[in-house]
Design a protein around this ligand. Structure first.
Ligand SMILES: Cc1cc2nc3c(=O)[nH]c(=O)nc-3n(C[C@H](O)[C@H](O)[C@H](O)COP(=O)(O)OP(=O)(O)OC[C@H]3O[C@@H](n4cnc5c(N)ncnc54)[C@H](O)[C@@H]3O)c2cc1C
Length: 395
């Protein structure tokens, strides 16, 4: 099997890239290697967990999003031999002239002892999968009083805001149901602060204060005992190094530790941290000129979001076409990413920033303020844009 352009992964990045490339040149010979029958709109899972979005609206068949003219190879990529322009698949090999590596991020549920066996029961929930996001709302509804823990791992994650967005929604849910003063809400994080951009963090700290939320930083969640409702955290900061805290909970929302997919991490394409080693401006691999990567699997020092992909795709497409035409690459990505942080039902802070964590805002008002209009953007506008424009290569 040989194709001019092979794309590994038919998720947000892979489908958008193929669609934009074909809009530029419908004669391109493109194959997408994608094992899944389903395509997900993951950003809405936060709202699913808060009971305000239908999970069935977040999934479509992969066939329905595959751009026409693309060869869909329904297999898994298992390894790379970039010197031979070859990718190993679960059943055979494929060769290419140009390769785009966009298989997303790997969720390591097993990295927390006891988690796989208790996830989805015993009030242990997570918005990080299609299967488990609806259970988060079941848990919220069952709370009358007690301790609610929201966890954020120390690894990079997709959508750095998602581990705490659900905490703000839960807090607002408890407030609306008159039980907030019966709840002890705690955030246990592997980070060293709530949010990396001070302008937005300031607002979030006010939201935290309003909900009387207790913040704990520099902790890893190492173990969950679901039936006995106990979570074990181990400190790794200067002040709490190796301190073990066994915390009882009435509910816990877990964000799985995440990494580059193993088949990328163990390949010649990886950087020291395991991500695809690309130039942070051009999206081209630092050692193989015919390989590009963006999205969650790419080694870009920015927040891993679909919003970032929206700005990365045109850069990759322009630069790839330039390389294919033996021209110099002229397009550069500035690290733009965005995090629509829901702070309650009908309230959202739209964080937008670049590589230097400088706010790069779209709207002519202060986006660090909680706004109803921006909540509607997330709930009503962005899902439609995703299915109807972004995946069609029109953004
Ligand atoms: C709870 C949650 C909330 C989020 N909130 C937001 C938000 O508010 N705003 C925002 O912009 N982003 C948000 N995101 C992040 C956003 O969904 C991701 O950043 C985006 O989907 C990444 O796109 P991708 O193409 O890199 O990976 P994905 O969209 O995950 O696609 C990867 C694809 O690769 C395929 N694949 C995996 N392994 C292989 C293999 N071996 N061979 C071939 N194919 C493979 C997968 O099946 C998948 O189809 C959120 C994510 C979650 C989970």
């Amino acid at each position: 099997m040989h194709h001019q352009i092979v794309i590994i992964g038919g998720g947000n990045a892979g489908i958008s890239i193929a669609a934009q490339l074909l809009r530029k040149n419908s004669k391109l010979d493109i194959a997408i290697v994608e094992p899944s029958d389903k395509h997900y709109y993951q950003p809405a899972w936060t709202l699913v967990g808060a009971g305000t979005f239908d999970i069935n609206e977040t999934v479509r068949s992969e066939a329905s999003v595959m751009p026409s003219g693309v060869n869909w190879i329904k297999q898994k990529a298992t390894g790379f031999e970039p010197d031979q322009n070859l990718v190993h698949l679960s059943n055979g090999d494929i060769t290419y002239d140009f390769l785009i590596v966009v298989p997303g991020i790997q969720l390591n549920w097993n990295a927390i002892e006891g988690l796989p066996g208790t996830l989805g029961k015993n009030n242990v929930c997570s918005n990080y999968s299609f299967e488990t996001a609806p259970y988060t709302f079941e848990v919220l509804k069952s709370m009358k009083k007690g301790r609610a823990i929201f966890h954020n791992p120390s690894t990079p994650v997709k959508c750095g805001g998602a581990p705490h967005k659900i905490m703000y929604m839960a807090t607002d849910y408890f407030r609306k149901h008159g039980i907030l003063n019966q709840m002890d809400i705690q955030y246990w994080s592997g980070g060293s602060r709530l949010f990396g951009v001070p302008k937005y963090e300031k607002t979030l700290l006010e939201v935290v204060k309003r909900g009387n939320i207790q913040l704990n930083f520099s902790y890893n969640l190492t173990k969950i005992d679901g039936p006995n409702h106990k979570a074990t955290f181990v400190g790794f900061g200067e002040a709490n190094k190796d301190q073990v805290k066994e915390v009882e909970f009435d509910m816990i929302h877990v964000t799985p530790p995440q990494s580059a997919p193993d088949f990328v991490r163990n390949s010649p394409l990886a950087n020291a941290a395991g991500w695809v080693d690309v130039d942070k401006g051009s999206m081209q691999h630092t050692r193989y000129a015919n390989i590009f990567s963006i999205g969650d699997a790419a080694g870009l020092p920015t927040s891993k979001t679909g919003a970032a992909i929206r700005k990365q795709v045109p850069v990759l497409v322009e630069n790839l076409l330039a390389v294919m035409n033996h021209q110099a690459m002229t397009s550069a990505y500035n690290g733009y990413s965005s995090c629509p942080i829901v702070t309650g039902y009908g309230k959202l802070v739209l964080a937008e920033f670049d590589y230097t964590n400088t706010p790069t805002e779209t709207f002519p008002f202060d986006q660090s303020k909680e706004r109803w209009s921006m909540y509607q953007l997330k709930k009503q506008v962005l899902p439609r844009l995703y299915w109807n424009a972004i995946l069609k290569g029109m953004m």
